[in-house]
Design a protein around this ligand. Structure first.
Ligand SMILES: Cc1cc2nc3c(=O)[nH]c(=O)nc-3n(C[C@H](O)[C@H](O)[C@H](O)COP(=O)(O)OP(=O)(O)OC[C@H]3O[C@@H](n4cnc5c(N)ncnc54)[C@H](O)[C@@H]3O)c2cc1C
Length: 345
């Protein structure tokens, strides 16, 4: 192996500091990727020894259910560059290793709108397209232009336009057909200098009224979203978690009507003529799991959709709890919950 490879790759690395669920797990090999050249150098050798590869960003949407016997590629590609600017818009190219929330705040400072509702989502810019991050009525897809990614077997660079990414609700081609095949290196967003602010979300509206703000700025929305999130969600620095553990299920209207007949207070959001989205947190809470503690793991006392590590929970313990919750919701409502968190091992 080359000297460069040996200086870039370390062995037997503790992954606990690299995942927000704070699960103890080991990676047999680990490398920080700061450029595509470094990646290509590493790939040449890792292909030779055939070990599995895992791309890792901020570790805020991942559960290490076991040790990872392979090479973790920790994305640390940094930088921001304005590709193009008009009177109305800015096309910003961002390194995949940049922190998402800091990027949002940078754009807020510049007066560039479009991602302020996505303030305080943990993780990296490169992971944002993987599940098309979304919150408070906005999804990444709305501002996304294209991304650059390296094929993790050949190291070859590819460009993916918006249509190529097949964005859906917490979904993209990178969670399906191309799962685990590409490392996103750069993301390009189109931001607006005169944005249409999205204040449709009830909690944002009531906060604006409470603060007496009738003409909100981008910064007002970002500040409000930060405050709402801080009041609702556990801070992963103090209580290990990966945000929503499951996706909100989208069911046929007749399934929702059946649930509504048994539970008149059941919440549901129409998704066109035929389907309804049901908050997974409500299903889990109704099935009796809100705030429950099982061993060292549990669900968050204010939001049953968030699985938390009360300290020392293993990945297996958290996975076992998630499976119990899934079975319980399936038995109670006949609905299969699908994890939003990426389970490794
Ligand atoms: C408290 C909390 C709140 C959250 N709230 C939200 C929310 O409101 N909305 C939302 O959508 N999500 C939310 N999340 C989930 C999470 O923050 C996002 O999914 C985020 O985009 C994950 O980024 P990451 O860098 O931590 O990814 P990781 O957890 O490191 O990785 C996630 C997946 O993406 C892959 N991946 C990571 N980086 C790359 C890359 N550069 N190229 C290719 N693949 C890559 C990994 O292999 C893995 O499969 C929340 C999480 C927490 C802990």
């Amino acid at each position: 192996m080359s000297t460069t490879y040996n200086t870039l790759v370390t062995s037997d690395v503790d992954l606990q500091p690299y995942n927000t669920l704070q699960v103890a797990a080991k990676a047999s090999h680990f490398a920080a990727i700061e450029s595509i050249d470094q990646l290509q150098e590493i790939l040449q050798h890792s292909q030779a020894d055939g070990q599995p590869l895992l791309v890792l960003g901020g570790g805020s949407n991942i559960l290490f259910a076991d040790d990872f016997d392979g090479l973790v590629l920790h994305v640390e590609i940094m930088g921001k560059e304005i590709l193009k600017e008009t009177d109305d818009h800015v096309w910003l190219k961002i390194g995949a290793g940049e922190n998402w929330h800091q990027t949002v705040r940078y754009c807020v400072e510049q007066g560039w709108g479009g991602i302020e509702n996505l303030s305080l989502i943990p993780g990296t810019v490169g992971a944002a397209p993987i599940q098309n991050i979304g919150a408070y009525g906005v999804e990444l897809a709305q501002v996304f232009e294209w991304l650059e990614a390296a094929h993790i077997e050949s190291g070859e660079a590819h460009r993916f336009d918006k249509e190529d990414c097949r964005f859906g609700y917490r979904d993209s081609i990178f969670k399906n057909e191309l799962k685990g095949q590409y490392l996103v290196t750069q993301v390009v967003l189109k931001l607006s200098k005169d944005p249409q602010l999205n204040t449709s979300y009830g909690a944002i509206q009531s906060e604006l009224e409470k603060r007496g703000i009738s003409e909100p700025t981008i910064r007002d929305i970002s500040d409000i979203v930060i405050d709402i999130r801080n009041s609702k969600l556990p801070n992963p620095d103090t209580l290990g978690n990966a945000g929503s553990f499951f996706k909100n299920p989208v069911v046929k209207n007749k399934v929702f009507e059946r649930i509504k007949a048994a539970y008149p207070g059941a919440p549901g959001y129409s998704m066109g003529d035929e389907e309804t989205k049901i908050p997974a947190g409500w299903l889990i809470e109704e099935a009796g799991w809100k705030g429950k503690i099982v061993g060292n793991a549990g669900t968050y006392k204010q939001q049953a959709l968030v699985i938390v590590n009360h300290g020392g929970a293993t990945g297996k313990e958290i996975l076992a709890l998630a499976n119990k919750i899934r079975t319980s919701v399936a038995d109670t409502f006949g609905i299969e919950l699908v994890p939003e968190v990426n389970i490794i091992g």
